[in-house]
Design a protein around this ligand. Sequence first.
Ligand SMILES: [Zn+2]
Length: 437
Amino acid sequence: MNIRFYNAKILTMNGDMPVFDGELWTEDSRIIYVGDGSNLDEYYKRTGRSAIIWGREIDCKGNLIMPGFKNCHTHSAMTFLRSHADDLPLQDWLNNQVFPYEAKLSPQDIFEFTRIAILEYLTGGITEIMEMYLTPGSIAKCCQEMGMRVTQVGGVNNFSQSPELIDKRMEELNGKNDLTSFRVGFHAEYTCSLELLKKIADLSHKYKSPVFTHIQETKSETDGCIERYGKTPVALFNDLGMFDYGGAGYHLVWTNDEDRLIMKEKHVSVVTNPGSNSKLASGIAPISEYLNDGIPVAIGTDGPASNNCLDMFREMFLVTALAKLKTNDASAVPATEVLKMATYNGAHVMCTPDADCLAEGKLADIIMMDMNQPNMQPVWNIENNIVYSGSKSDIMMTMIAGVIRYDTFDGFQRFNVGKEVPDIYRDCEVIKKRIFG
Ligand SMILES: [Zn+2]
C-alpha cells in the first residue's frame, strides 16, 4: 500500500539535515519519497514512477515525522515482574526475586508477557528492539504477529541455554522474515565459565557475527573478573577473540582507558541503560569519554523489572542529565547527540542500517509526534524539545515496516496488533496468578 504523509515537519536524522516542512511517502515497507514537495517532476522522471494511487493520505497538521526510537537492550517479557520486587540490591534482586520465578515461565507465558511490552513500545514510539530473553522462538513469533522489529541475542549462561542452542537458533531464526533476526550473545562474564566463553567466541567466528552481552554493569562484577582472570571483562573477551567481528556491550558503566581503547579498535559499541543503572545503583556510565573516544553509543531501557518503564524519552533525558552531573559540565552530551544515539546509532548497533534515518529506500519505521502539546511549545528547537521536554504521551503514531501499528489520530488509542488490548491484559493476569499463586 502507498501512504502519503503531508503537511508535516520532518526530522530525517540523515546527517545534519535540519527539520523542514514537507511530505513523506511510503510503499509497502519502504520510504519512497522524503522532501519538501517541490521538484516532483524530477522525482517522477528519475524514478520512472507515474502518478501514485494512494491507499491512504494523512494530513499531519504540522506535526513531526521522524525515525522511530531504537531500544537496544531489553528483556521484554519481564513485564511479568514489573513492580513485583523493587528497591533491592542487584544480586539479591536477581537471585531471590528474578531467577526463581523465571524458572516457572513457559514459552507461551513469555509470548503473552512480551505482548504487554510491545504495546508499551508502540505507545512510546519505539519501532525496534534488541531482545535478550529465554525463549527466542516464541518471542520471534510474538514480534512477527504484532509487527515489532526485533534483533534477538543469545542469553546463554552456566545454568540455561548452551552454545549448541545458540548455534541452532542462528540457523532457525535468521532469514525467515523481514522483522526478526538473531545474533550471537550471552548473559555476562560472571554467569559464564571460561570454557563457555571460548565456545561463544568460536560461534562468533563461525558466523562472522558481532557479539552482544552485559558488560561491566557494576563495580563488583568488574572487580570479580579482575580477581578471576587478572583483567576486566572487556579485556578478557577481546583476548578470547570475542570482538573480532565487533559487537556491543550493555551497560559498560565501569570501563577504564584500556577498555575504551579496545572498544574503539574492535568496533564495540556501548548500549547505555541509565534508568536501570540509576534504579539499581550500578553507577553512571562515562558517556562523555565514549563520545570523545569516537565510540558509538546507543540507548536501551533494559527490562521492565529493573527500570521499570520502557520509555526512551526518560532514557534520553537521563543519558544527558547524568553525563552533565558526572562531568560537572552542563554542555556535556547535547540533545542532538542523544537523539542520534536513540535512532541512528541504535539501528546500526542492531545491524539494521536500513532503519537508521528517513530517506528514499530506507525502511518505513516512522513515528509522528504531536507538536501541539504544551510541553512542545513554543518551538525554538525541536530536537531539544524532544529530549528535554518530550514525552511518550506526545506519540501520535508508530509505523513499522510501512504498517501503522498504533495511532491516536482521532484522540483515542488505536492498536493494530492482531489481538484486543483487554484480552492481552486478561491473559497475562491469568499467568501471573498461576506463577505467584
Ligand atoms: Zn539486561
